[in-house]
Design a protein around this ligand. Structure first.
Ligand SMILES: [Zn+2]
Length: 479
């Protein structure tokens, strides 16, 4: 006995049934109902049935919530009140998800990916299942995170401990002027979720440490190194090797960038390239050296491209090749780098089986912590008092002339740190010296140099001119 069944017609097929979204039809099986429909609307037949009379492979048919391929196909019996849904594969379903599980909105959002044979639905599905951990949401992490979120990477983890500073906005494009003072992690998660609500953004309040690194990296398929200091770089590298995931590396300095992929099969790791970190005083940070704002954009996007290629398994990954980018010459160069057979971490005779003490290894304080006062520092208020006295100390500024031009403390003498050794004669008359730089790093090295050369009573300004500006002279420009 025939049952009366409602049939949901998807948008692409409504043109063949006078624009109707639902139709009632009779039959005893799903195939019978659809056949009856095709009788009434002959133009529909070719879209539902192959010439042999079976349902076409690119059309999925659901009875109520069930795919009939898991029932008795066309022979699945129907009862009155049942609902049949027709879901063509290509356009996505009007009344349910397409077979791939992508909604119509996602199909539209990712359409320019879906058109690429190298990505397509299959690749987009891979991206949706992918998990990428970004260490650092600064200059490199901002563009990388933005494009990975836009591309539909299903889970993006962010490790960051900093707050937004006005001086970040020249290059850290996740943040705007109104965000100054807010935790970067909060703002970044908001922006990325607003850009793509289909993905999940997982904030990990940083810093990345020896204690949390392995556990965190285990949750991800790829790690992207967007850090700006050596302890964290070695930590990311070691944790990536120990957990067996690739590490997409990028670094920037003034006008130059480096990109490569470490930790991939048969490829080198960061320790293969640099078994030891440089001594801290040889490599200034971005805060000390400056960086062209666009540079991390370019390097971060190269990291994003390499990440997507790894996830999709397409193209030639940047493994065993170190790309150097020179913005002033606008030139890319490529160097071959190899896995060292004697690498202590990734070589066959590796001796390092776990994480180590990275700040100690690199000779610097851990990121996110203030250096402990060591008895050779002077606080801004005390310095201000000493400078007003009848017997003021010699005030030595060891920054670069560009920084001196922005702001300086009245009465100071400028000798950039790299000129200090050959210009010490200028200081011999001083009985007391106070050194300062921007944050206190270079001035600490100057104190060490001068003390080694026999100077006594040398101190340096805690927190540098940056803290001086906050505590003593708020009118001073900060940078
Ligand atoms: Zn290695």
């Amino acid at each position: 006995m025939n049952a009366t069944v409602r049939v949901e017609i998807p948008t692409p097929l409504r043109g063949f049934v006078d624009g109707q979204a639902t139709l009632d039809a009779e039959g005893t099986t799903v195939g019978g109902v659809l056949d009856a429909l095709a009788h009434r609307y002959p133009a529909l037949r070719g879209h539902l049935f192959a010439p042999t009379g079976t349902l076409r492979g690119f059309v999925s048919v659901f009875l109520n919530q069930e795919d009939i391929r898991y029932r008795e196909r066309e022979a699945t019996p129907v009862r009155s009140g049942d609902v049949i849904s027709i879901v063509p594969a290509i356009a996505g379903g009007a009344s349910g998800p397409a077979p791939s599980g992508f909604s119509r909105e996602e199909m539209q959002r990712y359409s320019r990916h879906l058109l690429l044979p190298e990505v397509g639905l299959h690749g987009q599905q891979k991206l949706r299942e992918a998990r990428v951990l970004l260490v650092g949401a600064g200059g490199l992490g901002s563009p990388t995170a933005t494009y990975l979120a836009a591309a539909g990477v299903g889970r993006i983890g962010l490790v960051e401990f900093d707050t937004v500073d006005l001086s970040n906005l020249q290059r850290q494009i996740l943040y705007t002027t109104g965000d100054v003072g807010r935790p970067k992690l909060d703002v970044a998660a908001e922006r990325l979720r607003a850009l793509n609500p289909e993905i999940s953004v997982v904030p990990h309040p940083g810093p990345l440490t020896r204690e949390n690194a392995l556990g965190l990296l285990k949750e991800y398929d790829v790690v992207v190194d967007g850090t700006d200091n050596f302890p964290t770089r070695y930590l990311v590298n070691d944790a990536a090797i120990l957990t067996g995931i690739p590490n997409v590396y990028g670094s920037i300095y003034r006008f130059e960038g480096q990109v490569t992929v470490f930790g991939a099969r048969a490829g080198p790791c960061y320790r293969c390239l640099y078994p030891e970190p440089p001594p801290p005083h040889l490599v200034p940070s971005c805060a000390e050296a400056g960086v062209l704002g666009v540079l991390p954009g370019i390097v971060g996007l190269l990291q994003a491209i390499e990440t997507l290629k790894l996830l999709l398994g397409v193209g030639e990954p940047l493994v065993g090749r170190l790309v150097l980018f020179d913005a002033l010459a606008l030139r890319f160069r490529e160097l071959r780098i190899r896995a060292r057979p004697d690498c202590s971490l990734c070589g066959p005779q590796a001796t390092q089986k776990g994480l180590i003490d990275y700040p100690e290894f690199c000779g610097v304080p851990p990121p996110g912590t203030a250096p402990a006062p060591d008895g050779i520092t002077i606080r801004p208020a005390e310095l201000a008092e000493r400078l007003r006295s009848t017997d003021p100390p010699l005030l030595l500024d060891v920054r670069e002339p560009e920084e001196w031009a922005i702001a300086r403390i009245e009465g100071a003498r400028l000798i950039p740190l790299d000129q200090l050794a050959r210009r010490v004669d200028e200081l011999t008359a001083a009985r007391e010296i106070v050194v300062y730089c921007k944050m206190g790093g270079r001035s600490a090295r100057a104190v060490a140099q001068l003390t080694e050369l026999g100077f006594r009573g040398v101190r340096h300004l805690e927190g540098g001119i940056d803290r001086w500006g906050r505590e003593v002279d708020p009118t001073m420009p900060r940078y």
